[in-house]
Design a protein around this ligand. Structure first.
Ligand SMILES: *[C@@H]1O[C@H](CO)[C@@H](O)[C@H](O)[C@H]1NC(C)=O
Ligand SMILES: *[C@@H]1O[C@H](CO)[C@@H](O)[C@H](O)[C@H]1NC(C)=O
Ligand SMILES: *[C@@H]1O[C@H](CO)[C@@H](O)[C@H](O)[C@H]1NC(C)=O
Ligand SMILES: *[C@@H]1O[C@H](CO)[C@@H](O)[C@H](O)[C@H]1NC(C)=O
Ligand SMILES: *[C@@H]1O[C@H](CO)[C@@H](O)[C@H](O)[C@H]1NC(C)=O
Ligand SMILES: *[C@@H]1O[C@H](CO)[C@@H](O)[C@H](O)[C@H]1NC(C)=O
Ligand SMILES: *[C@@H]1O[C@H](CO)[C@@H](O)[C@H](O)[C@H]1NC(C)=O
Ligand SMILES: *[C@@H]1O[C@H](CO)[C@@H](O)[C@H](O)[C@H]1NC(C)=O
Ligand SMILES: *[C@@H]1O[C@H](CO)[C@@H](O)[C@H](O)[C@H]1NC(C)=O
Ligand SMILES: *[C@@H]1O[C@H](CO)[C@@H](O)[C@H](O)[C@H]1NC(C)=O
Ligand SMILES: *[C@@H]1O[C@H](CO)[C@@H](O)[C@H](O)[C@H]1NC(C)=O
Ligand SMILES: *[C@@H]1O[C@H](CO)[C@@H](O)[C@H](O)[C@H]1NC(C)=O
Length: 838
């Protein structure tokens, strides 16, 4: 017993004596202690050691930290990279306020730590994770400085790689100059916080490699990064800081990430058995990881030769260079974007392009994301910001897409903006009308509050709303149980969703839930034309250049409808109330509730249901139910004369005669004093020839016989001062208060009148109308319209909550396919709209 005690005593005093004799076994430096070039301190579990080393053939001494347990000296941190000691007489000590200083033999500071706070009793301690810390000896939690905040070329477990957004501290790696020279090298590896953050390797200021943005699982450019037995990892971001970090699963394993002197980001692990560092992974795997190798809109595909390809619909910008293997000039579009009619093409399996010019929001859905991108002409692509699960969040790119490549696995999806004509048939399902959730719209309109109501549209109230992203919208809400409204809703969805023109109001999406049917449009801050033109004060804001711009804009919008759009549409309800004004007072035609489309060589149609607005309806339509592009031209003519005069045709009175506005304009014209028609308010600002041209065009458009009226293309040319202008003939209805057959007593803006005397019902352009639903079995509750471009319009059925396909049934022209589809489960239904209850 006694003997055993003696042994213990002996060994413990032996241990104690070593501790005293050499500094090497302590892990702290206290005030007034100095560490010379031959001294070291060691962390408590002997993982790391702090001391001096010389490298290469130089006589330079560097203060550094290395692995204690690893035989190959592996430096993980260097203090005085910029100023090595040139002899072995320097010392490291901690000064009283808490600053660690390295002095050279002449007492000059070679390196020092810094901190903004000071303490009475500072100590320096080397921790077992390799972190050298200056802290308060009395309050160990109070850390003044730590080497982990100033990494050199090695990223260790537990370090934060990234930025503190409050203090501005930026923790990044700077390579060694060469493998035996720790002075500052050419390369940095740093978290770039612009757009969606990425880790970027630069040589000087030139980007060499980027990790791509974090996607919830990994950085987009690190397809190999996946859960593993060695370390865990994550990217963390909040208001105060954003950083990447990894931590050891097993603390006995050594792993480190290094920025090599040649700019490679490499992870090594220590192989105990063979006593060497093994390359575990490398961020740069092949040539396609060289930043921008293929230039803007180039796609790098490593197992092809050459690796660079232009994305579909793009061509090499500098063909000769491209063919000479210099791809850096990239590619440009074969067909320019026009902003309004663009769509997206989906690419899968890629590394997302450079996100320095991007924007993201983690709470938006992909549908909202698409809408946001579509609405901003400089948005070139979008995707989910987080790919976990079904995907969530929104990431959008502004400016050219650069540094995109393909991966064999773990690549991502991106939707790239393309001109409509560049989107191939099989990609067109990407074109669908976005569906909004009712909760989103309800929230945006303050639960459809009265305060948010901005008007009454063709089939229900219109509300102003603000989406969470701040986007202003106008929401049309279909009045409940209105069959008429239901048709108009369907019409709007069918037509306007496919129409994209700067003078047509833009439909952003729709919402169909339970009893609600909503259409969501871009918000027009300056209401509609009638708000200005017929108001004495507000009409003063519309000087001649503005009015002319409005006339020309409407003409262009109408020309697009009649001729340039694929659908060839007749609006049928053109009037000042349906001309909305954006914040620059540009006109946008709205309300397609009763519009009709013409296919093939059809030019006119007949209806027994004349729908339109009193004062704007052409005689042949009012009396015989015949409508054609020329009935729109007539309405346009009325509009022009109203804009010029500031008077409503419908309410026009003149003390000297009983003519309506058209008759009045005609009278002045034939009496040779046409300018007297014009609102006196614009006199100061007008350009007489433009005014005369507009009056002339207005009168040509309202002529009695439709064959005399010009087409909209002739109108736009005449307004632009081109082409001959025939003499107008007498306008229709010029002496009458209202056209025959139209119920003039109606106070409502929209009038409907039956022309039952017509012998045969005319062929409506949409078959779904005339078929009067009889083709659907009685169990069917809903008609479903799908806006897929492939199939045009698709009609299916919803019975209860399950949707049943009935296959295709009919093709209406080549662009519209009327059909019934069978679906199982609502997952597939995202692009389908329930438009009409039977
Ligand atoms: C350090 O030295 C200064 C004077 O040289 C002395 O006042 C101070 O008490 C010393 N501190 C410690 C912790 O020994
Ligand atoms: C100590 O540092 C100063 C300033 O950097 C330098 O001028 C001087 O030559 C150095 N002395 C030695 C012996 O390296
Ligand atoms: C180096 O230290 C000496 C003495 O401490 C001082 O006179 C000299 O100015 C210092 N030189 C530099 C470059 O700091
Ligand atoms: C510490 O030094 C670094 C660079 O030497 C500087 O950027 C930083 O602002 C300093 N911090 C404090 C608290 O002085
Ligand atoms: C570092 O940059 C210098 C000057 O720009 C250059 O001479 C040297 O070759 C570069 N080193 C490496 C490893 O790229
Ligand atoms: C489009 O996005 C860019 C970049 O965020 C922004 O500067 C611009 O104002 C946006 N344009 C529109 C019309 O919202
Ligand atoms: C409605 O808006 C508020 C803030 O305006 C937000 O907190 C809430 O999550 C939103 N609800 C929905 C369903 O969007
Ligand atoms: C929104 O309106 C509906 C009916 O108009 C009502 O039932 C609901 O409680 C309202 N919700 C809120 C949050 O006001
Ligand atoms: C992101 O979107 C959410 C919901 O759409 C919104 O609440 C939030 O304000 C948005 N954040 C930014 C920075 O726009
Ligand atoms: C049109 O709207 C913009 C933005 O809301 C506003 O600044 C401008 O004054 C409006 N113009 C008129 C004529 O009201
Ligand atoms: C044009 O219409 C006529 C009959 O009205 C028809 O016979 C002809 O095939 C049509 N042409 C085209 C190209 O659709
Ligand atoms: C519409 O359906 C009814 C029966 O539901 C039928 O009598 C009628 O002929 C159908 N067609 C038209 C064009 O009304």
């Amino acid at each position: 017993m006694g003997c055993l005690f003696a042994t213990i005593l002996h060994s413990s005093s032996f241990f104690f004596s070593i501790l005293i004799l050499s500094n090497a076994m302590t892990d702290t430096i206290t005030a007034n202690q100095t560490i010379g070039v031959t001294d070291t301190i060691v962390s408590s579990q002997k993982n790391f050691e702090l001391g001096f080393f010389t490298s290469g053939n130089s006589n330079n001494f560097y203060l550094a930290i290395w692995y204690k347990k690893i035989s190959t000296r592996t430096i993980v941190w260097v203090a005085n990279r910029a100023r090595p000691l040139t002899d072995s007489l320097g010392v490291l000590k901690i000064t009283n306020p808490g600053i660690l200083v390295l002095l050279n033999s002449t007492g000059n500071v070679s390196w020092s730590s810094n901190s903004s706070t000071t303490v009475q009793n500072p100590v320096t301690q080397l921790f077992d994770n390799g972190n050298l810390v200056v802290r308060d000896g009395d309050q160990p939690q109070n850390i003044l400085w730590q080497s982990f905040d100033y990494p050199t070329a090695t990223f260790l477990p537990g370090m934060k790689f990234g930025k503190n957004l409050v203090s501005g501290l930026d923790r990044y790696l700077t390579s060694w100059r060469s493998s035996d020279n720790p002075s500052l090298g050419n390369f940095t590896y740093r978290l770039d916080p612009s757009g969606s953050p990425q880790l970027i390797v630069r040589s000087g200021t030139t980007v060499k490699f980027r990790s791509g943005p974090w996607n919830g699982l990994r950085f987009s450019g690190f397809p190999m990064l996946s859960p593993n037995p060695v370390y865990t990892y994550g990217f963390f971001s909040n208001k105060e800081e954003m950083y990447y970090q990894f931590n050891l699963v097993n603390s006995l394993v050594f792993t480190r990430l290094v920025l090599s002197p040649t700019g490679l980001v490499q992870r090594f692990t220590w192989a105990e058995r063979t006593n060497e560092w093994v390359l575990y992974s490398s961020a740069q795997t092949d040539n396609c990881d060289s930043y921008g190798l293929c230039g803007a809109y180039g796609n790098c595909i490593i197992n092809r030769s050459p690796p660079c390809w232009c994305l579909d619909g793009f061509e090499p910008r500098f063909l000769r260079d491209w063919e000479g293997a210099d791809w850096s000039g990239g590619c440009h579009r074969a067909v320019q974007l026009d902003c309004w009619s663009d769509g997206f093409v989906k690419y899968s399996g890629v590394k997302l392009p450079d996100t320095r010019e991007s924007w993201f929001n983690e709470s938006m859905s992909l549908v909202e994301c698409r809408t946001l991108c579509l609405m901003n002409c400089s948005c070139m692509g979008y995707t989910s910001s987080d790919i976990r699960g079904e995907g969530s969040g929104c990431l959008v790119w502004f400016g050219d897409l650069i540094d995109l490549r393909e991966f064999n696995e773990n690549g991502q999806i991106i939707y790239i903006r393309m001109a409509a004509s560049e989107i191939e048939e099989n990609q067109k399902e990407e074109f669908e009308l976005p569906l909004f959730e009712l909760a989103t719209i309800s929230n945006a309109t303050k639960n459809f509050s009265q305060d948010n109501k901005i008007g009454e549209g063709g089939f229900g109230p219109v509300y102003k709303g603000i989406l969470m992203e701040g986007q202003e919208i106008a929401v049309k809400r279909l009045s409940e149980n209105s069959r008429q409204g239901s048709d108009e809703f369907k019409n709007e969805v069918i037509y306007i969703a496919k129409l994209q023109h700067r003078n047509l109001v833009k439909l952003l999406g729709c919402c169909i839930e339970v009893e609600e049917k909503l259409l969501i449009y871009e918000y027009m801050s300056n209401k509609s034309l009638d708000y200005f033109i017929f108001d004495q004060k507000r009409s003063m804001l519309l000087d001649w250049p503005k009015r002319f711009n409005i006339i020309v804009g409407i003409a262009r919008g109408l020309l697009y409808l009649h001729q340039d759009s694929r659908l060839r549409i007749i609006h049928r309800d053109l009037k000042v109330d349906n001309i909305l004004l954006d914040n620059e007072m540009n006109p946008k035609i709205s309300d397609f509730g009763i519009a009709r489309s013409f296919g093939g060589n059809e030019t006119e149609a007949k209806t027994n249901k004349v729908v339109g607005t009193h004062g704007y309806i052409s005689p042949e339509y009012a009396v015989h139910g015949i409508y054609s592009v020329k009935s729109d031209v007539f309405s346009f003519g009325v509009l022009v004369l109203e804009i010029l005069s500031g008077k409503r045709n419908r309410e026009f009175h003149h003390p000297d005669h009983h003519l309506n506005l058209l008759g009045h304009a005609w009278k002045l014209y034939i009496e040779g004093r046409p300018l007297e028609l014009v609102d006196s308010l614009v006199r100061g600002s007008w350009c007489e020839c433009e005014v005369l041209r507009s009056i002339h065009v207005g009168l040509l458009c309202v002529q009695q016989y439709r064959e005399n009226r010009p087409s909209m293309s002739a109108v736009t040319m005449m307004l632009g001062g081109e082409g001959a202008m025939p003499q107008p003939k007498q306008p229709a209805f010029f002496g009458e208060e209202s056209p025959q057959g139209v119920d003039s007593s109606s106070e409502s803006k929209n009038i409907m009148c039956s022309a039952n005397e017509l012998e045969a019902p005319p062929p409506p352009p949409l078959n779904s109308e005339q078929d009067n639903d009889s083709m659907f079995p009685s169990t069917v509750e809903w008609i479903v319209i799908c806006m897929g471009y492939v199939s045009g319009i698709v009609v299916g059925m919803v019975i209860g909550h399950s949707i049943t396909t009935r296959g295709y049934c009919e093709t209406v022209e080549e662009r519209q396919l009327l059909c019934m589809l069978e679906f199982h489960g609502l997952g597939a239904v995202i692009s389908f709209l329930i438009v009409s209850r039977l």
